[in-house]
Design a protein around this ligand. Sequence first.
Ligand code: MN
Length: 503
Amino acid sequence: MRKLNPALEFRDFIQVLKDEDDLIEITEEIDPNLEVGAIMRKAYESHLPAPLFKNVKGASKDLFSILGCPAGLRSKEKGDHGRIAHHLGLDPKTTIKGIIDYLLECKEKEPLPPTTVPVSSAPCKTHILSEDKIHLQSLPTPYLHVSDGGKYLQTYGMWILQTPDKKWTNWSIARGMVVDDKHITGLVIKPQHIRQIADSWAAIGKGNEIPFALCFGVPPAAILVSSMPIPEGISESDYVGAILGESVPVVKCETNDLMVPATSEMVFEGTLSLTDTHLEGPFGEMHGYVFKSQGHPCPLYTVKAMSYRENAILPVSNPGLCTDETHTLIGSLVATEAKELAIESGLPVLDAFMPYEAQALWLVLKVDLKGLQALKTTPEEFCKKVGDIYFRAKVGFIVHEIVLVADDIDIFNFKEVIWAYVTRHTPVADQVAFDDVTSFPLAPFVSQSSRSKTMKGGKCVTNCIFRQQYERSFDYITCNFEKGYPSELVDKVNENWKKYGYK
Ligand code: MN
């Protein structure tokens, strides 16, 4: 039997989840109007297996089934980050720290560009529809949250755009809503790369005919990297090749020169216009709110052709309260880039993470105290330095608060992070504000305040490291079971636990 390759093949990824009892195939008819979304939310919030909706109300034979919660968390016993690990071909028990470190390791590997394959070996070309045959409104696109502005086809697909000189091809995720039978609208915002590329077309007077492709069911490693803020000018495809250790097979679009993953479930292609816009949103986003009737004009995508596999499957993310893909992927991948930036900047940082419970608004940095003391700095000076590095770089765009903690804290354990936060900083006094940097427009306290007009500031660095620790070692007893007692005693208590009468 062929060995499954879940990082390269979306269908293998689904099979692996099935084999690990981490997939529920729902054959009952499910309504894409809110029911799909509700089931997904329950699965995310209780770390239950991913739902594969095989009988979506209104679907045709091939268009489409829905895979929900593709990178949600699952039970601890199965490896809570197992789905994310499978996106990279890693052991499902790999921790999030292990995943972050693996991604950084892959950056040292040789980039591997994609390989073009003939149409005959591209499953995504099984069915091809020309513009006149496309009816986006007849697809069973999910309406995910009460009061969303429309049906969101695009939550876990990959946009492909390329600069006019073809030197930079960007693969990225940004939400997209169905407008009518031929149009999709979605976020194309600064400083995202999709916007930078679109602007490079506008600069040559072609801002209303930018070729695009939108691909679903791409190699899982590719969708993961699409959520990652890797540096400008670097083509995600080559980094994906480095992660996979093999290049991604691609095939040419029907109506433009863009190359799309050959095993994609569905490919929508056409042109993007920055000048033609349509009301987009609101949409229940990563921070857990729908703000009723608050849509904004966004650029318009015109779909000119569509191709798809037999029994195509649409992967869907349904953002909200933690934990979904906007936290496990966007948050963790920003943390990955943040760790790299710390290393490049010579900051004494051991690890970086965006705790899920903080809805990807906090970046927590674990500071190496020996390295910090060697800097002979003060909390004020160090906070300023850290904020200047992160808030002025693209990686800090979605972050509103950077939390500095000492190296006794496991930053992947929110219980420890929130303990350090509430006990080691004096509110306001130990926080350094940054009021001249770009705000994150999706943050509710930005979008729902006057800051939405200026889009500046509202960010800070919070120092949760005792002032003494900047100069010397400063000992305290942590009053908990694991760290607060002699290790021999902890071992003894553990050994005798049942003898005491506990189960
Ligand atoms: Mn990019």
